[in-house]
Structures are given as structure tokens and as C-alpha cells.
Design a protein around this ligand. Structure first.
Ligand code: PLP
Length: 394
């Protein structure tokens, strides 16, 4: 079959046709004023999406992982202590990256399915004035758990601690509310291929004045990711090396789409899409892997599969028989969950198509699920909640 279904993996996400066209452009001299004209709206758009009131936006030809590396290498020195809770594959990978850079990571081991443990973070900060940064995974994509970043800021303030706050917002930013200024974030990390609905290839960072000041004393080696080179070149309207021009043009356009819909409407749509998925999960007699409702992510649901069933088998069957992509369980939850990504360019009708296929796969695999049980619950929910003209006409 040469036609393609939407994807339901939690990144990369579906790309709107107009975003794809915006990325497709002739070669442009990145040292010309034409580049500066293209670059500025992308940067100012990111500032608005992140809700930054000061600091800098940095766009690196990389991915979210490069954003993690840029955050720590620009602000920290070998042997520095950072605090991080580990509760899924993505929080684990950021910790691993820090350890490989010679940082001392004070890890709060937290059961998968839970979010950042605020009381333990506060206690750890009170006990260790030397902690330089707190790392927080806003949305743990492996388990479908969102963490309370405002709560982490409150814990840091309650402890009277001066550490920086670094937030991985790769699978939340531009699909779930994010408040860089309000939460006192020092570095936010996003990637182009999730909420921004672009192809992979850009690490998108917001950096506070405090984090920029930390560059002066940080001695971890960095060259490609060095914010100092970036900021020096930006000041001249340029780049320290060849920028991903097409992606930057696409980013400005994607932000136009998001703001055309209205960021609050984008967040409300993701909440609605997610809630419909959760109704379907309940209809199947299953539960999200997230331990409690306040932790449910609005961008990805990890569905706990019934005993004796294999979540990976469902993902494989959906791909091989129906040409539809869902996410497998990673690490500790391999086989125990399958993941439905519901971020980026999606409508209720698109989500229903994904839920339909998931349900057919369950029936095909002989899982104890009745056809229609999940989809009807989602249909009922969407019928009652979908706003008129949910998506602005392009
Ligand atoms: C996807 C993801 C990453 C990794 O980003 P890449 O772009 O694949 O390098 C990091 N953190 C979270 C929470 C993610 O979902």
C-alpha cells in the first residue's frame, strides 16, 4: 500500500502539509540578511511558546538528546552534583548522559509510573547545598507521566536553594502548557519532531540569564554545542556553522499554525484527545500505566496490557497488518505496555482511527476485549466535547 496512516508514536509526530512545504526551500546563504529575516520569527515564536520573559532561545541542528548535552556542558563542570529523579527511560537517559560527562548525579530512584517526587527533591536540596542543577523530565514519554514543574520550583524555593532548574520538555512543549518564566526554568529542552510537528533535526532550547551566567565558569568541554559561539553569531544575525535553514523556516510556520489555533486551544485539544484515549482504555478494561489521574500525560498514554498479553505483539501487528505505528514499551515496561502517542497534528477523528486499529489488533490477538468497547467510549466523549470548528481552516 502506498498510502500512509497517521502515526501514533509519541514522536516523531505527524507533519502538517503546510509545515512540510515551509521546510522545502531553495538553498539560502545563511550569511545573508535573508537568513536573519527567517531566523528572527522562529526565535521570537519559541520565546512565546515557552513563555519566556528574558533569556535566550538557542536552535541547534541536533535532537532532544543534543539539547540535554548542550544544557549540561554549557553550565556545569566535571564533578559537579546534579539532582534527578529516575522514573522512566527518558529520565534515565538524561542521567546516563550526565554520568558519561563526569557529573555526579544524585539520583532519586522513583517507581516507574510515578512523577517527580517533590518532598524528596526538597529534602535532598536541604541536605546538599552543593547541588548545581535539578534535572526534571516534564513528560516521561516511556510511562505517560507528567511531572509538576511548578511544584519542583516551589520545593527549590522552600529549601532556599540556588540550584538551576533544567527541564526536559521534549514531549510536552507546544502540546502541553509550559511556563518558563512562571516556573523559574533555567534551561528548557525541546525537539523539532514532537509538539512542533516538524521533521527531526533541531534541538530547541530556552536559556535563562542565570544559566547564561553559568557559562562563564563551566568547564565541561563543548564546541558544537557551545552557547557562547551561538550567542556571538546571533548578535550578528548569523550562525557559528551552517544552520538547518529549512527546519528553521518550518519552525516559524509551525508556530504560526499553533498560534493561529491559539496555544490555549492547542493545549485544550491535546487534553481532549488524551481524555478520549483514556476513556477508550477504560472501555477496554485496562488502565494507563501512570499511577494516578493527576499524573496522566496529555501527549502520550502508556496502556497497561492484561496479564498474559504482550504489548509489543500489538505494536508489531498494527504495523504489519494495518500499517499503523504505535509505541512499544521501553526498558522495564517492555511488553507490559503499548503506547499511544497523541501529540502534534491530530484531530479527534484521527485519534479514533488509531483507537479502532488498536482495538482490532486486540481482537486479532485474542485479548479479552470486545470490539467497539473502547471506541464507543471515546466516541461518546468526543461527541460531547468537540468544539465547533476545532481546527482553524488552513
Ligand atoms: C523523544 C524524547 C527525548 C529524546 O529526543 P531525541 O530527539 O530523540 O533525541 C528526550 N526526552 C523526552 C522526554 C522525549 O520524549
Amino acid at each position: 500500500m502506498s498510502f500512509q496512516n497517521p502515526v501514533f508514536i509519541p514522536g516523531p509526530t505527524n507533519i502538517p502539509e503546510s509545515v512540510r512545504k515551509a521546510c522545502d526551500m531553495p538553498t539560502l546563504d545563511h550569511r545573508s540578511p535573508a537568513f536573519a529575516r527567517l531566523f528572527k520569527p522562529a526565535v521570537s515564536g519559541v520565546r512565546r511558546v515557552l513563555k519566556m520573559d528574558q533569556g535566550e532561545v538557542i536552535l541547534i541542528p541536533s535532537t532532544g538528546t543534543g539539547g540535554w548535552e548542550a544544557a549540561v556542558t554549557n553550565t556545569l563542570s566535571p564533578g559537579d552534583t546534579v539532582l534527578a529523579a529516575r522514573f522512566g527511560m527518558f529520565s534515565h537517559r538524561w542521567i546516563d548522559l550526565c554520568q558519561r560527562h563526569g557529573l555526579n548525579v544524585q539520583i532519586i530512584e522513583t517507581p516507574w509510573g510515578q512523577g517527580a517526587p517533590l518532598a524528596q527533591i526538597e529534602a535532598a536540596l536541604r541536605a546538599a547545598p552543593s547541588i548545581k542543577a535539578v534535572l526534571a523530565t516534564h513528560n516521561e514519554t516511556a510511562t505517560g507521566v507528567k511531572s509538576d514543574i511548578a511544584g519542583i520550583r516551589r520545593a527549590m524555593d522552600a529549601a532556599g536553594h540556588g540550584a538551576m532548574l533544567f527541564v526536559d520538555g521534549v514531549s510536552s512543549i507546544a502540546s502541553m502548557p509550559f511556563d518558563f518564566a512562571g516556573w523559574g526554568v533555567d534551561i528548557a529542552v525541546a525537539g523539532s519532531q514532537k509538539g512542533f510537528m516538524l521533521p527531526a533535526g533541531l534541538a530547541i532550547l530556552g536559556v535563562s540569564p542565570k544559566a547564561i551566567a553559568a557559562m562563564g565558569t563551566a568547564t565541561l568541554p563543548r564546541t558544537f554545542f557551545d552557547f557562547r559561539d551561538m550567542l556571538t553569531s546571533y548578535a550578528r544575525g548569523g550562525y557559528p556553522y551552517t544552520p538547518a535553514v529549512g527546519l528553521i523556516a518550518g519552525l516559524a510556520h509551525s508556530i504560526d499554525l499553533l498560534e493561529g489555533e491559539g496555544l490555549e486551544n492547542v493545549y485544550a485539544r491535546h487534553h481532549r484527545l488524551a481524555e478520549g484515549v483514556r476513556r477508550a482504555v477504560q472501555g477496554w478494561g485496562m488502565t494507563p500505566y501512570a499511577a494516578s489521574a493527576d499524573l496522566y500525560s496529555d501527549t502520550v498514554t502508556a496502556v497497561k496490557v492484561p496479564a498474559g498479553c504482550d504489548g509489543t505483539a500489538l505494536v508489531q501487528l498494527a504495523a504489519s497488518k494495518y500499517g499503523m505505528a504505535f509505541g512499544v514499551g521501553l526498558g522495564e515496561v517492555a511488553g507490559k505496555v503499548f503506547r499511544i502517542g497523541h501529540l502534534g497534528m491530530l484531530t479527534e477523528a484521527m485519534v479514533l482511527s488509531g483507537l479502532c486499529v488498536a482495538e482490532m489488533c486486540m481482537a486479532d490477538l485474542g485479548w479479552p476485549v470486545e470490539l467497539g468497547s473502547g471506541i464507543a467510549a471515546a466516541q461518546e466523549y468526543y461527541r460531547g466535547t468537540v468544539p465547533a470548528l476545532a481546527m482553524a481552516a488552513e
